[in-house]
Design a protein around this ligand. Structure first.
Ligand SMILES: Cc1cc2nc3c(=O)[nH]c(=O)nc-3n(C[C@H](O)[C@H](O)[C@H](O)COP(=O)(O)O)c2cc1C
Length: 273
């Protein structure tokens, strides 16, 4: 039996859905086992100054959203600096109701490469970063109840014999390419260079957007301008208290509508133990 002394909830979560799922799981295990629970967010640049470091005695729930069917590629360089020799881990991905494709298996592999022994895994659903209607309000109560039950199952598993190798999860190896939406004419157009616009009549210059941008890309002197990339994570658009930020790019709009038209059925969480 492995001895656990601390539970860690660690995640990247631009619009807060991954945070909710991972914290629900970790808090349940901590409560069930009477252990402390530490939260370690790497959403903002300040949270990525030091590498993620875990060790013996720690149970780590590591969560990321799914971007283009994979672990967000903007995070890969940072996650690859993670060191976790001796830790026990649970990869968790949260996706916007389309599919998680190879994100969970990729996150599992990243943890194993860092020396973390994965004993469970999960894919949950969160409101889509691009939309207010696709998986609206998720994770909801039902999802969070499942996250808590999963936490209890992980705690129970720790009391018995663990899997020797990495936990088996759904996904393909080699990983499939990043999901690229098709336009009506069958062509692939990406939205890499798209940035949110600002309605200056609504903006009160509260600088909330500057504070929540995971890449620190929004200029405080003029919040309609940028000093870096935009990953379309939705943090500034959904988080703006005045609804002053929006996308008006036709390819982005097409992609959003296409997702809303084709992926409205309710996807359910999947758990691997
Ligand atoms: C660039 C980008 C790509 C995405 N790709 C997918 C995808 O392939 N499949 C899917 O179901 N959701 C996708 N989503 C939606 C997010 O995975 C989902 O909204 C998630 O809940 C966001 O997590 P967060 O609230 O922790 O930021 C994507 C979101 C963004 C910003």
């Amino acid at each position: 039996m492995v001895k656990i002394t601390k539970v860690v909830a660690s995640y990247f979560s631009a619009t807060g859905t991954t945070k909710k799922v991972v914290e629900a799981m970790a808090a349940t295990v901590a409560k069930t086992m009477g252990l402390p629970c530490e939260v370690r967010s790497f959403t903002l640049p300040a949270g990525r100054k030091e590498p993620l470091t875990f060790g013996a005695g720690e149970l780590v729930f590591l969560g990321t959203p799914v971007y283009a069917g994979r672990v967000p590629n903007v995070l890969l360089k940072y996650i690859k600096t993670m060191v976790g020799t001796g830790a026990i881990g649970v990869p968790v991905v949260v996706y916007g109701n389309r599919n998680y494709d190879d994100a969970l298996i990729e996150l599992r592999d990243l943890m194993e490469t860092a020396g973390i022994h994965t004993i469970a895994g999960a894919a949950f659903i969160g409101e889509h970063s691009f939309s207010k209607i696709l998986a609206a309000g998720r994770p909801d109560e039902q999802d969070l109840a499942k996250a808590k039950t999963f936490g209890q199952e992980v705690a129970a598993k720790l009391a018995g014999k663990l899997n020797d190798g990495p936990i088996e999860v759904k996904g393909c190896e080699p990983y499939r390419p990043y999901y690229v939406p098709k336009m009506k004419d069958g062509s692939n157009k990406n939205i890499i260079k798209v940035f949110p616009k600002v309605d200056k009549d609504k903006c009160i210059n509260c600088l909330h957007c500057v504070k929540v941008c995971p890449l620190g890309s929004i200029n405080a002197e003029d919040v309609a301008t940028y000093n870096g990339f935009c990953i379309k994570c939705g943090a500034c658009v959904k988080g703006c208290p005045k609804g002053a930020r929006y996308y008006d790019d036709p390819v982005y709009e097409y992609h959003k509508t296409n997702l809303e038209e084709n992926f409205m059925r309710r996807a359910e969480p999947e758990m691997f133990l």
